[in-house]
Design a protein around this ligand. Structure first.
Ligand SMILES: Cc1ncc(COP(=O)(O)O)c(C=O)c1O
Length: 359
């Protein structure tokens, strides 16, 4: 597709990664194998240091390394659920969650995020199935919305009522789009047993390195017990490679320039979308607070499927229809903010031309 506005792979869009970035993977100590279920202490210490950028003090003993956030979800579902139990997850949000739950024999029930209150979580305990975890994505993908204080309180209250743990996916926390946006992490919250997820796929823009983390917080006895059992699960896989763990302190130091480049790209594309979109009456750009994507609403004169297929087949532009993410409003599209600016601008131009013709 010449104009792919669905791209989520940061290594394929001309982001300049620093030369020699991966040299640290050749660390001599990588020759010997020291199996550690939660990962090497030096790597966990590096994650703890990194958490301080968001104002969180975390003991490295409360950090577990995994190969990816997807693996983190799988381990947590194994930890918290028996087959047939449920987790309560936001909609619209990251679509993989449904599969990750199903693969563990777990039901994904959903709670709806509404555009009118800035997509804030309000999980309602409606299930007759035991709910073992409530999931929040902060900031959410693809709505780009942070979980604000009220939403965080409601999440904790729902977890208390359901006697469920809280899983907070913060892989996009490093990407606030408005210069003044604050990035409140939920990792330091202590009311309920909480697992906060992050990882290199977004923080360093290198998904192929396969390193992510789980930060545990909450009431001490629950954290201690969860930690023991999670360690047992991780010990059965030992899935994080030694070279990437040894390189982690160095990689996290270098990450700042990569993040800056990705963030500038996203901000630039968002600004040009605003400029181009303002010419089309009825088009609404839902301002994202953070992340790598943006939600567009158009007057529902043509169905999402028909629009997206016409755009793809006749005009060489790929965008996501909102129904992929279960948006309630028909006439919603999701665009990635990652593409190279000339690709993004031309893709948007063709999209707007097509919409204008249908209006
Ligand atoms: C919200 C969210 N969580 C997790 C992931 C997956 O991250 P990982 O590569 O660490 O599995 C993604 C990937 O796009 C995502 O959007």
């Amino acid at each position: 597709v010449p104009y792919d506005l669905t791209v989520s792979n940061p290594t394929s869009v001309g982001i300049p990664y620093p030369g020699g970035l991966l040299a640290a993977l050749a660390h001599e100590d990588g020759r010997s194998y020291r199996p550690e279920p939660f990962g090497l202490a030096s790597a966990r210490e590096a994650v703890a240091r990194d958490c301080r950028r968001h104002g969180t003090e975390v003991d490295r003993e409360r950090i577990g390394l995994v190969a990816s956030t997807s693996e983190a979800y799988s381990f947590l579902f194994k930890l918290l659920c028996d087959p047939g139990d449920a987790v309560l997850a936001p909609v619209p949000s990251y679509p993989l969650l449904e599969h990750l739950a199903a693969l563990e024999g777990v039901r994904r029930l959903s709670y709806r995020l509404g555009a009118d209150d800035g997509w804030q979580p309000e999980p309602l305990p409606l299930a007759d199935t035991p709910v073992r975890a409530v999931v929040a994505v902060n900031p959410n993908n693809p709505t780009g919305s942070f979980v604000h204080a009220d939403g965080a309180r409601r999440l904790a209250a729902a977890c208390t009522e359901l006697r469920a743990a809280l899983i907070v996916d913060e892989v996009f926390l490093d990407y606030p789009l408005a210069p003044t946006a604050t990035a409140p992490t939920l990792a330091s919250r202590g009311e309920v047993l909480t697992f906060t997820l992050g990882g290199l796929s977004k923080s360093l823009g290198l998904p192929q390195l396969k390193l992510a983390w789980i930060v545990l917080s909450g009431p001490e006895p629950q954290v201690v017990r969860a930690r023991e059992r999670l360690e047992f699960i991780a010990d059965n896989y030992l899935s994080v490679g030694t070279p990437v763990q040894l390189a982690l302190p160095r990689l996290l130091e270098e990450a700042v320039v990569i993040r800056q480049a990705i963030l500038e790209r996203c901000r630039l594309n968002l600004a040009s979308l605003h400029a181009a979109g303002s010419a089309l009456p009825g088009l609404r750009v839902r301002e994202p607070e953070a992340g790598w994507s943006v939600v567009l609403e158009y007057p529902g004169v043509i169905g999402e499927e028909a629009l997206v297929l016409e755009l793809l087949d006749r005009h060489g532009v790929a965008v996501y229809p909102g129904y992929f993410f279960d948006f309630a409003r028909p006439g919603t599209l999701v665009l990635s903010l990652l593409p190279e600016p000339h690709v993004f601008d031309e893709g948007v131009r063709r999209l707007l031309d097509l919409l204008a013709r249908h209006l």
